[in-house]
Write a protein of this length. Structure first.
Length: 123
């Protein structure tokens, strides 16, 4: 049973960076800006920034296909890690560990696009 499964969608804040661990495993990191509603001003949503980490083959796919500004849907899990800073204080960081991703459709709507009114839904 998977209890920690999430999907996030947003825009890349920077191009992915790739590095290799000491044993040669590739790891790519990027930031994803995800928007959520602002109850005080619907035209100015809040932005949440997530650090996304992709390992192995996913790291290769990320670096080959993603660029700053692209809209992406990623699946994976949130994982918290800790480390000691230079003053010896414990610092906690939460990363999104990517399992897969999809490029989201572009913002442009087809010329014949017409939104459906709520009262036209059959349910």
């Amino acid at each position: 049973m998977i209890n920690n499964f999430s999907m996030i969608q947003g825009n890349l804040g920077r191009d992915p960076e790739v590095r290799q661990t000491q044993n040669g495993t590739k790891v790519a990191t990027y930031t994803l800006a995800c928007y959520r509603a602002n109850p005080k001003d619907k035209d100015k949503p809040f932005t949440d920034w997530y650090n996304v980490v992709a390992w192995g083959e996913q790291a290769d796919q990320v670096t080959a296909n993603l660029k700053k500004g692209m809209k992406v849907l990623a699946t994976g899990r949130f994982q918290t890690r800790s480390y000691n800073d230079k003053d010896g204080k414990t610092v906690y960081a939460t990363d999104f560990m990517q399992d897969s991703f999809w490029l989201a459709p572009a913002k442009e709507k087809p010329a014949d696009f017409a939104p459906v009114a709520e009262d036209e839904f059959p349910f």
